[in-house]
Write a protein that binds this ligand. Structure first.
Ligand code: SF4
Length: 209
């Protein structure tokens, strides 16, 4: 597999790839990423536009009860769990980190309610750290291309870190999401139109879809 050719093509295809979530601070990004699990970015942006009017810091978020926060985020799905995670992470940020989202990856991982994917997104997108967050698109496209095969997001993350030069880790997350949304769809990938098909393990095995 020509990794350099795959990276060049992804860079050519998606030069302006960036997060679709709207945020104005690391804290807003953290909350938006928690809300984005099993939910579209468009829906999250609608919800946070209202939520962040009054509750865009951990201190202000903690003025909401669990039920009141659920009322704001109901339409994102899994709203009970997400509200609990947002409140517990906010509590940790206030009590352990002086109200600021920690810049350190290990500290981000320690926040209650913050999983590995959320920590990686905040670390790389908000703070410019080298990490690759593996969401459903990154997981699927990496496995299909064959650049990082794995049964779990963590296995794929490790595979991508081995396969890709460190300086593109953070961009690669966005490239693979764009490719998954626009071309390499979950149900029916558009392999015939995909400019990566000559380098793709899935296409080599299955041919045109
Ligand atoms: S060739 Fe098909 S499976 Fe491979 S990356 Fe492109 S769309 Fe996805």
């Amino acid at each position: 597999m020509d990794m350099q050719a795959i990276v060049s093509e992804l860079r050519r295809l998606y030069p302006d790839a960036r997060p679709a979530l709207i945020y104005r601070s690391p804290y807003e990004l953290l909350v938006a990423v928690i809300l984005s699990a099993q939910c579209t970015d468009e829906r999250v942006n609608k919800v946070t536009r209202e939520l962040f009017k009054e509750h865009n810091t951990p201190e202000r978020m903690l003025t909401l009860s669990q039920e009141a926060l659920e009322g704001y985020i109901y339409s994102c799905g899994f709203y009970r769990m997400k509200a609990a995670h947002i409140l517990s992470a906010s509590r940790d940020i206030v009590q352990k980190f002086g109200g600021e989202v920690p810049r350190d990856h290990a500290a981000l991982m320690e926040l209650a309610g913050v999983g590995r994917k959320t920590a990686n997104v905040v670390y790389s997108v908000a703070f410019g750290g080298d990490a690759i967050a593996v969401d459903t698109h990154v997981f699927r496209v990496s496995n299909r291309l064959g650049i990082a095969a794995g049964k779990t997001p963590e296995e794929v993350e490790k595979g991508l870190m081995r396969a890709l030069p460190q300086e593109v880790w953070s961009q690669a997350h966005h490239w693979l999401i764009y490719h998954g949304r626009r071309v390499c769809h979950a149900q029916k990938p558009s392999c015939a139109e995909c400019t990566l098909n000559g380098m793709c393990a899935y296409f080599a095995a299955h041919g045109k879809s």
